[in-house]
Design a protein around this ligand. Sequence first.
Ligand code: G6P
Ligand code: ZN
Length: 543
Amino acid sequence: MTQHIVKTSPIEGQKPGTSGLRKKTRVFMQPHYLENYVQSIFDGIGGVEGKTLVVGGDGRYFNDRAIQVILRMAAANGAAACIVGQGGILSTPAASHLIRKRETDGGLILSASHNPGGPDEDFGLKYNGPNGGPATEGVTDRIFARTKEIDQYRILDAQDVDLDVVGESQLGQMRVEIVDPVTDYAALMESLFDFNAIRSMFADGFRMRFDAMHAVTGPYATEILENRLGAPAGTVVNGTPSPDFGGGHPDPNPIWAKDLMDVMYGADAPDFGAASDGDGDRNMIVGKGSYVSPSDSLAVLADLAHLAPGYAAGLSGIARSMPTSAAADRVAEAKGIASFATPTGWKFFGNLLDDGRATICGEESAGTGSDHVREKDGLWAVLLWLNILAAKGKAVVDVMRDHWARYGRNYYSRHDYEAVDSAVANQLVDDLRASLDNLPGKNFGPLTVASAEEFAYDDPVDGSRSTGQGIMVGFTSGGRVMYRLSGTGTEGATLRVYLEQLETDPQAVEKDAQTALADVIAAADQIAGIRERTGRDAPDVIT
Ligand code: G6P
Ligand code: ZN
């Protein structure tokens, strides 16, 4: 086997976004593109000599080819071992768990999450550190810096590793260990939740539909829900991962998981519906005729987590991203525990979890998780919901009613304007930033602006500061709008507008969210001139 040192030069635009580097698959497939980035990761983390890495992805198009390249490069760079999910498959939370359980030096996760897959769709690659979490900004900055000065990469000339057979082999001097992707993760779930109680609930006729969206959670959900918890065969639908996710968009929200929504709002709806995304870290929860928004789901899970054995001792704190509704803060306040609001991106929870300051975290973008791993975890959220329903013996709709009666309701919605011209989107945000000082006291319809600022975060653990994390405008009514540009899109800019209104009158907590938010929605448009600037008369996606 020959080791090559290949001369290369920097490639534009290899800047990691909210969650690693995401590009069109064909961009990743260009000569040297993947290799440059992988070498930059290795260099950015101080080399991989003697190190052990976990490698796996969500099975999308190019997953297997990219893994072969990564393995040959890891071997050529002197890595001691790579632990790879069978077939190249590892859900993001399962990869995080494996990094932690095997005490490795981190891992490479191949995924573009909820973005579609295929030769003309998206691909992604990110590095997670030894704590199992996405690289911190300091590390991603170093990786990006390397992409701008790289002049060579190392790669072994070798046959493909057989990724389909569990077992050990050698690639040059490096050990390759192929592991079953589900076993360790399923055992972790079993240690956190009351599987007996959930099993009895299914035995008593509780019906559920889990839509794996042709993505990575299929094998995990089938093993856990059907094989271990006794849910009837067919509970998991679209359970075989496919390289293009069945031609779909593996994003668990009411728009992309419309089939599931139709079933859950139909005549013969099961008791519980759930879905997960491409790489298994997001979740959607929907009861019979009742969709649960991710912000509400976080608040309910934080409130009732103690009903699951893994959280019986209570929580140390609750963390949410700033655009997520403040519903979780109200739970933290009632429990007398700490609450945190971080920038968008799961990486910002890592320090809080490592330091024991927060136990449960969540984001409006359908991510919820806890200190059991350092990623959000779709199936974990589904299992915690099931554990809560089993313990309470109540339907989802009643759990939500109880919650709003006790805490009030933070009406919430996100409006997305996708593939907006980047110059237009940047100008909109720049102009908003410039107008911040003039906004307080101004009226928009019945609303008066109380505060306007650009969000910056001071990490309480490592003292680092992250600026430019979104524009927030608060109203005297307790309502709020937040604007930010997505860090995960691959085409133009996506403008996200987060809308929220607190309602504490128990008689008024069951309205339709868009109706309850009408004044905030109108004010959001007036303040930023969204329609006028983008030429759109409605958002592309409403969650
Ligand atoms: C990924 C990240 C999340 C983030 C989400 C939305 O899923 O892991 O932490 O909330 O993307 O990010 P965006 O920048 O597109 O709003
Ligand atoms: Zn994801």
